[in-house]
Structures are given as structure tokens and as C-alpha cells.
Ligand binder design. Sequence first.
Ligand code: NAP
Length: 502
Amino acid sequence: MAPRTFDLPASVDHLVIGAGFAGLGTAIKLAESGEDDFLVIEKDGGIGGTWRANTYPGAACDVPSQLYSFSFAPNPTWSMSFSPQPEIETYLLHVAEESGTLDRFAFGTELTDARWDESDQRWHVTTNRGEIVAKTLISGSGGLSEPRMPDVDGIENFQGEVFHSARWNHDVDLNGKRVAVIGTGASSIQIVPSIQPDVEHLDVYQRTAPYVLARNDRPYRALEKLLFKHVPGVQRAYRTGIYWARELYVPGFVWNPKLATPAKKMALANLAKGIKDPQLRAKVTPNYQIGCKRILISNTYYPALAADNVDLVTDPILKVTGSAVITTDGVERPIDVLIVATGFQTTEQPIAAHIHGRDGHSLRDVWAEHGMASYKGTTTRGFPNLFQIVGANTGLGHSSMVFMIESQLAYIVDALRTMKEQDIAVLEPHQSAQDEWNNDLQRRMRRTVWSAGGCSSWYLDAHGKNTTLWPRATFTFRRLLARFDADNYDLEPAHITQGADA
Ligand code: NAP
């Protein structure tokens, strides 16, 4: 799809940031609810968000697509139970086209600054393509959008090709090359088996071994696709079944990690099946509780590690030179290409530095001392009429983020309806409601596997506080956000129209 460019309007009621699942879902729900005056700005060139940005070999979803898709836009043509990235990107574009909202998306448009102006009760937003004034700012900028480069000494001096998994350089031919991959997270375990057959040699640098379950993936049969398309309820039944199966992980994550013992046994069986060499097996056996870091799924990762042209390196990286990686044991491993699969900036959302609230402070300033904290992961004291989708403590380790996004959309749409019905110009959560919400989350967090599971992960911020994950059942999140709770907000009417006699 060619990116659309058009002059930005000077003002809109609602300015939405990002064209991934969150931004697209917002556009659709705003249009459905009659809030037609909105614009979606997206710095990239099209629809898709993370599913447009992550094009590395093997990129695919590890949540089944029956669940990892909008409930209001089922897709009967998924080819596999776990969809590959190109299908998800195509799905999102198709949903956008069908929704009739595409003409409200301004691509190649990046928010550089947003400031709340008390005098006109509006957000004043600066983009690379001009200024926009908006009543509300709805951020769907994503929790996993900005790559995090590793703090490895000398990486900038490497003379070969170096790129992050989320910025894959498709111009680099890996055939016959000596390649290193740093990291063994969800991205790496998809990349490694995809490139292993082509490269001359592959070094995989592992800091912490992940738990890897078997990937029960399969192509959908023609009959299933026919049923999805023509028999009402069949696809929904699949979705519901997957939802509840996934929800079974919650007790093991948040109440008692012992409940996750069956999952641990399955992961260790998958390891035993994939790797026969006892030394390699020992190296990739995790030493913390399952679920503490994201549980990965793959049938091909362990066999790829066991291949003759792959070395799993567990000695810490000392530095990178112009042509090699050197580990702390003094071993130098020459390479042609360095692939950095070290994840994303999660606990410090990059957009937070650009959004300035009531007193001029940015979200980043406000969160600097105690970490990200919002009310219901959606609204934040000091930032009137700002809604964040996939905000603080809304992430999941086990199920579909699309479920969480839709829960937040219902809340936001109800908030906008309330504003309209009650002639409210400004809403902002009470500090007490926000504190109570976060105190409760952090109290629940203490006994979760993410806090007590004996690992460090991207779920935790620099202070060791989990500001990313939701520590309860996902249906509880949905229930708590089903209605906009005006009682927990300061609500202001519009100022008297400027210029009128007061
Ligand atoms: P990640 O899970 O954060 O993994 C980063 C990896 O890099 C970890 O193994 C980490 O080791 C390692 N690392 C970081 N800095 C390092 C350093 N200085 N030296 C050596 N190793 C270093 O990142 P990701 O794999 O890109 O995945 C991020 C998230 O994206 C996932 O958790 C998931 O939510 C999402 N994702 C989803 C899918 C999907 O299928 N739906 C696919 C890909 C990604 P430590 O473990 O020791 O920190």
C-alpha cells in the first residue's frame, strides 16, 4: 500500500498515535461510536505496527491467531493455527480497508511533542509534518516498538553488518556467512532456526536460558476454513476454547508457581527431545521458575542449536571488535554479520518523554522515580484527556494483547460517550484512585512468579518493580474496564468560549 500523505488538519477531536492493533482498533471503535472527528498519525509508512516492523526470518505469533485478532473481525482464512507475520500484517490492512477508516490515517507522521494547554483545554501536538490541536490524545504507540541495543563494549566499531531483529536488513545475504545472534528471547528463537541452514557458522550468545515449549502449530484444513466462513459460531468456539486454555496459566503465574509444574515438565521434555548432547542440554536448562520470563514456543530452536554449524556461547560478551566477538574467557569468534535480538525498551516507553501534562512535566519525568503508573493502565493523573492503550501493567505473559486492547477500547469509548452526554470537557483520574489501583497491583505482584521466580526480565524496571504485566485474570481486567467510572475522575466543563463576555 502506498503511504497516504495529505495536509494535516489544524485540529481534531481525537488524535490517535500509532497504526498497529491499538491504533486501528481505536479508529474503528471511534467511528462506530459516532466520534468521527479523529486522525491517526503513524510514523511508519503503513498499517501494522509491530507486525509491520518485525520482518525477521521466521517471525510469527506465539498466540494462536483465532485469539490474536479482533473479536469483531474474525478471519476465516488463517493458514496456520499460529500465523506468520506477513499474514497478520495483511489481516490488519484488510481490516483497515473494510472498516472505511483508512482515509483518517496519516502515515510518515511522527509525534515529536505534545503539551496540555489549560487555557483552551486541548492537547497541542507537534509532528514532523506540522501542528495539530486535539481534545483528547489516544496513544497506541505500543509497548514493544523501540529496539533496545545491548550495552556491549565496542559494538559501534564492528565493521560488518549489524542490525536489530526488529529492523531486519533484508539487503544482507546471510548465505555462507559467519553470523552471531545476541539474545535468546522470543525473537531469537524464531530467527536462529530460520537462518541456521543457510549460514556457514552461527554463534548464539545466551545470557539466560529460556523455557521453550513445543509449538503445536498446524495448517488449518480446508473443511475447517469452510466451517469458519459459513457456519456461525464455529470460529468463535475455537476462539473461546483457546482463550480459556491460555487463561489456565494465570494461577501458576500469579498465585502459586508450583501450579506451573506441568508446564515446566513439558518444556524440559521438549528440551530433551530437541537436544541429545548432555553438555548442551545443561547449558540451555533454565535455573529459575517457569513463567518468570516469557515462556517461548518452538519445535525447531533446540534442533537448530544442536546442528553442527551452531555454537551456543554462554560466557559473557567482553567486547565486540571490528570483526569478532570476544567473550570474558578470552575466546575471539570472528563474524561477518552481527544480529542483535536483545528486545525492546519496555519499562521506559519512549513516547513518555514527549508527552507533557498539566504542569509541563513529561510522563517520563513523572514516572522517573517510582516507575510507570496509571489508572487502569489507561489514564494518568496530571495528564488530562490522555488515554494510553497498552499502558502501565496491561501486558500479558500468556494470552492475547488484543483482548487487553479491546478491553481498554470499551473503557475509552464509554469515557468519550460520558463526556459528550454530560458536557464534560476534561477528565483526569483522582490521585487517590490511581494510587489505590497501583498499590493493589503491586501488592498482588509480590507473590507472582515474575517477582519471586528467581530471574530478571524485561517485565521489571530498573528498581525491580513490575510495571508492565497484569497480575490477574484477563477477564477481571475486562470487567474492571467495562464501564467508565466517572466517580474516580475530576471532571471539568468547558471554559467559557474565548472572546465571549465573562
Ligand atoms: P527479549 O525477550 O527481551 O529477549 C532479549 C534477549 O536478549 C534475552 O535473551 C536477553 O537476555 C538478551 N540480552 C539482552 N541484552 C543482552 C546483552 N547485553 N548481552 C547478552 N544478551 C542480552 O526480546 P525479544 O526476543 O525481541 O522479545 C521481546 C518481546 O516481544 C517478547 O517477550 C514478546 O512479548 C514479543 N515477541 C512476541 C513474539 C510472538 O511470537 N508473538 C515474537 C517475538 C517477540 P536475558 O534473558 O538475560 O535478559
